[in-house]
Design a protein around this ligand. Structure first.
Ligand code: SAM
Length: 230
């Protein structure tokens, strides 16, 4: 029976990878990844020479069928994403779902755990995280209003991802939504930028303060936002 390993990789610092992940990447027949340039950099760092097949959000059914065919032939594959845990707000979950639908118990699916931006950010938030709501990326148009409604109505701390191009716009909209229901001075926000990387920055405070500080820093980056309405 063939095996598909779902392997978590670093979210920035190339040292944040497990021994088991490296060993498995060396042993599989092929590696499925998003951007081959990103994964090649990781593999070169660990002197792993392996064929890569790209799988991303625009991949067609033909690509999925090809991957399923490889598994049927008995090949062992690894799935990695550009950063973190495959399937967490990236195309990996669709591939895993399609493979389960097509092959069911004919394939073993084994997770090799490691970093994810969401758990990394929550771990330093200082908020109660026995329960939390993760909302992925805010929708750009349709369902955006619903996203903010869900966020302000949550009983638990809420976390989401955002791109450098939209972070200020999203935080300003979030501020306006929170303002309809809460005293925003009491609402605590943590925004983590570039976790594990050279320009790692953690902004803490009420939302006005956090927006002001992010605007002051010109450096762009990748962001995780956490809100605790207290
Ligand atoms: N699968 C990944 C994971 O497990 O975290 C997430 C993939 S999602 C396409 C990419 C988003 O994750 C980025 O836009 C950013 O919001 C967040 N992210 C990834 N790496 C990050 C980092 N080093 N610092 C802050 N946020 C990060």
């Amino acid at each position: 029976m063939s095996t598909l390993y779902i392997i978590s990789t670093p979210i920035g610092n190339l040292k944040d990878i497990s021994f088991r992940a490296i060993q498995t990447l060396k042993e599989v027949d092929l590696i499925l990844c998003e951007d081959t340039r990103v994964t090649r950099k990781l593999l070169n760092h660990y002197q792993i020479k392996k064929q890569l097949i790209s799988y991303h959000q625009y991949s067609k059914l033909r690509k999925t069928n090809y991957i399923i065919e490889l598994l049927k032939q008995g090949k062992d594959l690894a799935l990695v994403s550009d950063a973190g845990t495959p399937g967490i707000s990236d195309p990996g979950n669709k591939l895993v779902r399609d493979i389960i639908v097509s092959l069911g118990n004919e394939v073993k699916i084994i997770p090799i755990p490691g970093p994810s931006a969401v758990t990394t950010a929550l771990s330093i938030s200082g908020f109660g995280t026995d329960r939390f709501l993760f909302l992925g990326f805010p929708p750009k148009k349709k369902k955006r209003k619903k996203f903010f409604e869900e966020l302000i109505n949550s009983k638990y701390p809420v976390t989401f991802y955002e791109s450098p191009y939209r972070i200020i716009k999203t935080l300003e909209e979030l501020r306006n939504s929170l303002n309809t229901k809460y005293n925003i001075q009491n609402t605590k926000v943590v925004v983590c930028r570039e976790l594990t990387k050279k320009f790692e920055t953690v902004y803490r405070g009420n939302i006005d303060k956090v927006i002001e500080n992010i605007k002051k820093d010109k450096i762009k980056g990748e962001f995780v936002v956490i809100i605790n309405k207290g």
